[in-house]
Ligand binder design. Structure first.
Ligand SMILES: [Zn+2]
Length: 241
C-alpha cells in the first residue's frame, strides 16, 4: 500500500529548496551574476575607466605586521582589474604602473608632494575623459579586529553613491561575510574627479588574516572580479540598488 509519509531526507531537501527559492526571490530584481554579465558586457565596451592604485614610491601607504605594503597590493589588484576590463573591451587607464608616485622628484615637501601626486592622478582621468574613476586602497586601524572591504563616495553625489553601493554589494558577495556598507567620504581624489568616482578600501592590513589574504594573488584576483562585477551592476539597466 502507498504511504504518504515523507522520509526525513525528503523533508530536508524540500526545506532547502524552499529556502533557496526564498533567498533568490528575496533578492528582488537583482540579476544573478551570469545573467548580469551577459546582459551588461555590451553596455560597458568602449567606456574609459581610470584605475588609481593608491600610494607608490616613497609612500608605501599602510604596512601590515608582516611587512606587506599597501602600495604593492593596490597595484596588483589594479592590474587584475585592468585585465578584466580590457577583456570586456573597456579602455582601462592605470595611473601608475610601477613603484613610484606622480609628484615631481624635485619636490621635497611631503605635503606638497602628496597633493601633487593626487592631483595628477585626477588630471590623468580628466585628460582621458574617463567615464569612471576607481581608486584602490587598503585600510588600517590600530586594533587588529576590524576587517572587510568598504567603498567610499563623495557626499551628495547620487551617481557616485550608486556606483559605490553596486561595488560594495559585489565585494560582500565575492569576498564573504562583511556588514560594511558604502559610505560618504571626503577624499581629495573623489572631490576633484569630475566623473563618478569611488575609493575602495579592499580590506584591513591591520588584521593579520585579511593582510595575508590581500597579499595572495588568488585573493587579489577575487577582489578585482568583485570590483568588475560591481561596475557591471552599476551599468545594468535592472540595477535595483
Ligand atoms: Zn591608502
Amino acid at each position: 500500500m502507498r504511504t504518504w509519509f515523507f522520509s526525513a531526507k525528503q523533508v530536508i531537501w524540500c526545506l532547502l529548496t524552499c529556502l533557496a527559492v526564498g533567498i533568490y526571490l528575496g533578492t528582488g530584481s537583482e540579476l544573478p551574476l551570469p545573467v548580469l554579465r551577459e546582459a551588461t558586457l555590451p553596455a560597458i565596451s568602449g567606456l574609459t575607466i581610470v584605475i588609481d592604485p593608491g600610494h607608490g614610491g616613497d609612500d608605501p601607504g599602510a604596512v601590515s605586521v608582516k611587512g606587506d605594503l599597501e602600495k604593492d597590493i593596490t597595484l596588483a589588484i589594479a592590474e587584475e582589474l585592468e585585465y578584466l576590463l580590457r577583456k570586456a573591451a573597456v579602455f582601462a587607464v592605470v595611473v601608475r604602473r610601477g613603484d613610484y608616485d606622480l609628484a615631481d622628484s624635485s619636490e621635497t615637501n611631503l605635503l606638497k608632494r602628496k597633493r601633487q601626486d593626487l592631483d595628477r592622478r585626477v588630471a590623468l582621468a580628466k585628460e582621458a575623459q574617463a567615464d569612471l574613476f576607481i581608486s584602490i586602497h587598503a585600510n588600517f586601524f590600530p586594533s587588529p579586529i576590524w576587517y572587510g572591504a568598504q567603498t567610499f563616495y563623495y557626499p551628495g553625489r547620487p551617481e557616485d553613491e550608486r556606483l559605490a553601493k553596486a561595488i560594495q554589494a559585489e565585494l560582500v558577495r565575492h569576498l564573504g561575510p562583511n556588514k560594511r556598507q558604502a559610505l560618504p567620504g571626503d577624499f581629495r581624489v573623489l572631490r576633484e574627479a569630475g566623473m563618478p568616482a569611488v575609493l575602495i578600501e579592499v580590506g584591513f592590513l591591520s588584521n593579520p588574516k585579511e593582510a595575508a589574504l590581500l597579499s595572495e594573488r588568488g585573493y587579489q584576483k577575487r577582489v578585482a572580479a568583485a570590483i568588475f562585477d560591481g561596475i557591471l551592476r552599476y551599468y545594468s539597466a535592472a540595477n535595483s540598488l
